[in-house]
Design a binder for this molecule. Structure first.
Ligand SMILES: [Zn+2]
Length: 91
């Protein structure tokens, strides 16, 4: 398994659920980098838990017209985003 594949597997694995949830706001805003958005999409396809969460999230946005940002502290969001970036930074 290549180094890059190994990192992909880690991100797509169960342990990345927290990462996915933390960047959902940006994902729905469309402000997430395309490369990261793809990773999120793939994770949502493979992970019923996150898929259900994302669906709920989307429904809340639709109903209220607002992003439920209070569920995701800014600090956590920034930290996870930075971590994801580092993982996928070109070497
Ligand atoms: Zn998940």
């Amino acid at each position: 398994m290549s180094h890059v594949m190994g990192r992909m597997m880690r991100v797509l694995g169960k342990r990345s659920c927290e990462d996915v949830v933390a960047v959902l706001q940006e994902y729905f805003e469309g402000s997430l980098e395309p490369r990261l958005a793809k990773i999120i999409e793939r994770h949502l396809k493979d992970c019923p838990d996150c898929e259900a969460f994302a669906r709920t999230y989307a429904t809340v946005i639709k109903l209220t017209g607002e992003l439920p940002v209070e569920h995701i502290p800014d600090e956590l969001r920034m930290r996870v985003r930075r971590a994801l970036r580092e993982r996928f930074a070109p070497e």
